[in-house]
Design a protein around this ligand. Structure first.
Ligand SMILES: Cc1cc2nc3c(=O)[nH]c(=O)nc-3n(C[C@H](O)[C@H](O)[C@H](O)COP(=O)(O)OP(=O)(O)OC[C@H]3O[C@@H](n4cnc5c(N)ncnc54)[C@H](O)[C@@H]3O)c2cc1C
Length: 337
């Protein structure tokens, strides 16, 4: 019989959203396989109170050394949790913190790891789905190797949301390994400057059209920047871009200063997950649209009635000037505040 362990970590004092998604996945899998479920946390044991109602067994590795994300301490903590629970199937959230140690932990345990898992299925055996070839081919994997660590893509399921309680947490002792890295503090972009927001309900994509000559024969980059930032401020949407737009910086052309290659969506960019997406001034070519695989509802504003979006890639296409449409939207959002 399988023995399931969900690994979690905190952001401050609470479990992260991706950790709660992994808990939901573990609970569902354990019920389907009639297998025992354990939940382990690296960090504050009391964070597990949020998932007390799962009826799982609870384990924690805590202490000063384990409060910070760091390869050596995180890998030691996860290895200890896996050994303490004798888990055969280990589910881990695909956070940057756990994604970087999962393979190392699997190697230490003599197990196997698969990443970017988007779904778990199978009635008697565990089957894990992931996408290959830039989200074009979906594969279902099964393995005989145990322990099998499955790193779950964040955003691919609804987070666990049971009533909090009091979890009886068993402490797992780990000798903190020698560290070379000392965390002296955190530096993050100021709130509002960060335009990539994985948890946003809406993805707003800017295409190269924003920096192209407009019907008056002029380019209006400043106006484009102001309009896009105004929309982001009003909606808290996440900002994506086409490759053409972010590439322009290297060609010495007029660019939007807040865009980097991190914003790029597509075959050579990101494949984010948002319930809705709005594409503006973008042609909707396949290498770009493949990055929209997991966007629930797609809308586009383009001047070109023959663009890729109109050829079946968007649910709704507005053949219109995005400068005018987004300015009008901003005005309506402002008025509706
Ligand atoms: C190997 C490979 C990998 C690639 N990977 C990626 C990738 O990961 N991501 C990606 O995005 N691309 C990728 N590309 C490039 C991709 O094929 C396209 O070239 C790119 O997406 C085009 O960007 P765009 O639509 O913003 O620009 P353009 O093709 O220049 O389109 C601009 C659009 O804006 C419209 N427009 C202009 N003004 C307005 C206005 N006022 N209102 C409304 N619409 C307006 C125009 O009508 C036009 O349709 C890749 C290409 C290759 C070969």
């Amino acid at each position: 019989m399988e023995n399931i362990l969900v690994l979690t970590h905190t952001d401050g004092s609470a479990l992260t959203k991706a950790s709660l998604e992994a808990v939901a996945a573990g609970q569902e899998l354990a019920a389907r396989l009639s297998a025992p479920l354990s939940i382990g946390v690296v960090g504050a044991p009391e964070a597990l109170n949020a998932v007390a109602a799962t009826g799982a067994k609870f384990f924690a590795v805590s202490g000063e050394a384990f409060t910070q994300a760091r390869y050596s301490t995180d890998a030691a903590a996860l290895e200890a949790l896996c050994r303490a629970t004798q888990a055969t199937i280990v589910l881990a959230p695909g956070s940057s913190r756990f994604a970087r140690v999962a393979a190392g932990v699997a190697a230490r345990l003599g197990g196997f790891v698969d990443t970017h898992i988007t779904a778990l299925s199978g009635d008697s055996a565990v089957e894990a789905s992931r996408w290959f070839y830039r989200q074009r081919v979906e594969a279902v994997l099964a393995r005989a190797s145990r322990p099998w660590i499955l790193v779950l893509d964040a955003g691919s399921r609804t987070p666990y949301a049971g009533a909090p309680g009091t979890a009886a947490v068993a402490a797992v002792a780990v000798d903190a390994p020698a560290t070379r890295t000392t965390v002296t503090g955190l530096r993050a972009p100021e709130q509002g400057q960060q335009t990539i927001r994985p948890d946003a309900k809406l993805l707003f994509v800017a295409g190269a059209g924003w920096t192209k000559k407009q019907p008056d024969g002029q380019i209006h980059t400043d106006q484009a920047a102001e309009t896009i930032l105004g929309f982001l401020r009003a909606t808290s949407a996440s900002l994506g871009s086409s490759k053409s737009l972010v590439d322009q910086g290297g060609e010495g052309n007029s660019v939007l200063p807040f865009l980097t290659h991190m914003n790029q969506i597509g075959q050579t960019g990101a494949t984010p997950r948002h319930p809705k997406g709005l594409s503006t001034c973008c042609h909707g070519e396949e290498p770009h649209v493949v990055g929209w695989r997991f966007i629930g509802e797609r809308r586009a504003i383009s001047l070109d009635a023959n663009c890729g979006w109109t050829r079946g890639k968007a649910d709704v296409v507005y053949i219109a000037d995005a400068f005018q449409v987004v300015a009008k939207l901003n005005a309506l959002l402002e008025a509706g505040k």
